[in-house]
Design a protein around this ligand. Structure first.
Ligand SMILES: NC(=O)C1=CN([C@@H]2O[C@H](COP(=O)(O)OP(=O)(O)OC[C@H]3O[C@@H](n4cnc5c(N)ncnc54)[C@H](O)[C@@H]3O)[C@@H](O)[C@H]2O)[C@@H](O)CC1
Ligand SMILES: Nc1ncnc2c1ncn2[C@@H]1O[C@H](COP(=O)(O)OP(=O)(O)O)[C@@H](O)[C@H]1O
Ligand SMILES: [K+]
Length: 478
């Protein structure tokens, strides 16, 4: 598990750690890591042209101290100071001692730079980048130099990923102590490039994280192989309500995804029964009501089920049970009209909206996707899986996961139906809702990445690739 930490969590931890150390120890550790990674990115340091963008806080100090280390190894380092009187004094002195030069913005030489280091602002930033900083960023990023951000790309809100104005579009972000949420979610994710984490020794003093990202190993732990005592019922039976007689596709995709994630038993109830059984003879189907399907441990309801009164009564029948339920797609439209169906449940409910569905349920997502998912989860007392390039899962207690897998190739019709099926299969095993949802998003993203290795993908490719994805995840452990 990778912890994501806000500035408010990091600052006291840094203070606690610093209490037993020389005041500039952490900054020196940060600068050493920064210079080492920049040197690796440059390949050859001697003669390399490096430009530092230096703000007046410690983020600028990191850039100056790293610049000094690169200058000492023969790089030609120029520093542009946004506020000459406020620049970090120790960093400035070190840079000058090592042969680096302070220059005016006009003389930065962006057009010939090999690397531009953005030390304008880090976790101390607030609001849109101010005009002089925004202008400098525009000029710096137009040049050919490799764009490297110190701790956080300037203009990105470290805690949320909000980008309220101009920002440094980094190819690499070298971050200190812990990964910040803004590097992996929201608009900030697209500006962080490759994230490198430098250990500055905070490990022992960090509190519980604000949010987490699962790793392959975390998810593989939920994908154990059947044992000698297992039978087709023992590993969780999932029930699927999806698709319709006219549009069976969602039923076929959702049922197939559930089967391919956790083969054992998948039951299907609904008017797409004929289409589902033709595609998946392994599923047990009924064209009747959910109650006719037989016993299940979790339901998935919604993809392509329609939004008329019949659909509402089917959804209500499932939601009055004391079983875990995943509500997706058309089911979410129905819940937005009848939130009491979900609010009053005692068993776990997972809602899986994309942004437009979320807006119908809870109002606009807005720029802070973590806060939005938490708000929705608290409002209806359920788990919300907010889809996106970095899917966010929050439960009613505020526990939050950010998904780390996937590919933009997933932006194609039907991939959400597949996610719902994967999630239902994991929920039926008895996993807590948040773990099941976050693991499903991870597995779905990995299936997307695997399918995309073979060219443009369609939703059915994800279903076909699920067994190999599970095998690869399991193989990644130990
Ligand atoms: N606290 C610590 O122990 C450590 C901090 N480190 C570095 O210190 C940084 C935090 O330093 P600070 O707290 O000094 O804050 P920052 O340097 O991140 O930001 C403060 C500066 O940015 C300016 N600023 C804020 N919002 C702005 C905006 N919208 N447009 C333009 N300028 C803006 C402020 O006027 C101030 O000069 C971290 O991001 C990291 O780079 C590292 O050296 C590791 C250790
Ligand atoms: N740009 C993107 N990058 C990565 N994943 C994406 C992107 N766009 C969509 N996805 C993922 O694809 C899936 C789309 O689901 P959804 O919008 O419900 O589609 P559908 O209703 O057609 O099945 C979600 O899992 C979402 O996270
Ligand atoms: K920065």
């Amino acid at each position: 598990m990778i912890g994501l930490y806000t500035a408010a969590q990091l600052r006291p931890a840094e203070q606690q750690l610093l209490a037993g150390l020389r005041p500039d120890t952490l900054m020196q550790r940060a600068a050493t890591g920064l210079a080492t990674i920049c040197a690796g990115l440059l390949g050859r340091v001697a003669g390399a042209r490096v430009v530092l963008l230096v703000g007046s806080g410690d983020n600028g100090g990191d850039a100056l101290l790293a610049g000094a280390r690169l200058a000492a190894r023969g790089a030609q380092v120029r520093a542009v100071l946004l506020s000459p009187e406020g620049a970090h004094a120790g960093g400035l002195a070190a840079l000058e001692r090592a042969g680096g030069r302070v220059v005016r913005g006009e003389d930065a030489g962006f057009e010939r730079a090999d690397l531009v280091l953005d030390g304008i602002v880090g976790i101390g930033g607030s609001g849109p980048l101010r005009p002089p900083a925004a202008e400098l960023v525009a000029r710096a990023t137009a040049g050919p130099g490799l764009l490297v951000a110190v701790d956080v790309p300037s203009g990105v809100a470290a805690d949320t990923g909000e980008v309220p104005g101009a920002a440094f579009a980094a190819q690499h972000t070298i971050t200190f102590g812990a990964v910040k949420p803004g590097l992996v979610v929201g608009a900030g994710r697209g500006l962080a490039g490759t994230v490198h984490l430098v250990d500055i020794g905070l490990g022992g003093v960090l509190p519980a994280p604000d949010a987490v990202q699962l790793t392959d190993a975390d998810v593989a732990a939920h994908l154990d192989a059947p044992g000698a005592d297992d039978d087709k019922y023992s590993r969780g039976v999932v029930g699927v309500i999806a698709g319709s007689a006219t549009y069976p596709g969602a039923g076929v995709l959702c049922t197939g995804a559930a089967l391919r994630t956790r083969p054992g038993l998948v039951r299907y109830a609904g008017t797409a029964a004929a289409g589902v059984t033709a595609a998946w003879p392994e599923a047990l189907v009924t064209s009747g009501r959910p109650g006719d399907a037989g016993r299940v441990q979790a339901w998935v309801a919604g993809p392509g089920m329609g939004t008329d009164d019949d659909a509402l009564s089917v959804l209500a029948e499932v939601l009055v049970t004391d079983l875990p339920v995943v509500v997706d797609a058309d089911g979410l439209t129905l819940v937005s009209r009848h939130p009491e169906l979900v609010r009053d449940r005692s068993a776990p409910t997972v809602l899986t909206p994309h942004d437009r569905e979320f807006a119908r349920l809870f109002g606009d997502v807005g720029p802070d996707r973590l806060a939005a998912a938490r708000r929705g989860a608290a409002e209806l007392g359920c788990t919300v899986l907010l889809k996106g390039d970095a899917t966010v899962v929050a439960d009613a207690t505020g526990r939050t996961h950010v998904n780390a897998t996937g590919t933009p190739w997933l932006a194609t019709a039907g991939t959400g139906d597949v996610l719902a099926g994967v999630l239902g299969a994991l929920l039926a095993t008895g996993l807590p809702a948040a773990e099941a949802a976050a693991s499903a998003a991870h597995l779905h993203g990995r299936a997307g990445q695997l399918a995309a290795e073979h060219g443009p993908l369609i939703a059915g490719d994800l279903v076909r690739r699920l067994p190999e994805t599970v095998a690869r995840l399991r193989g990644s452990v130990g």
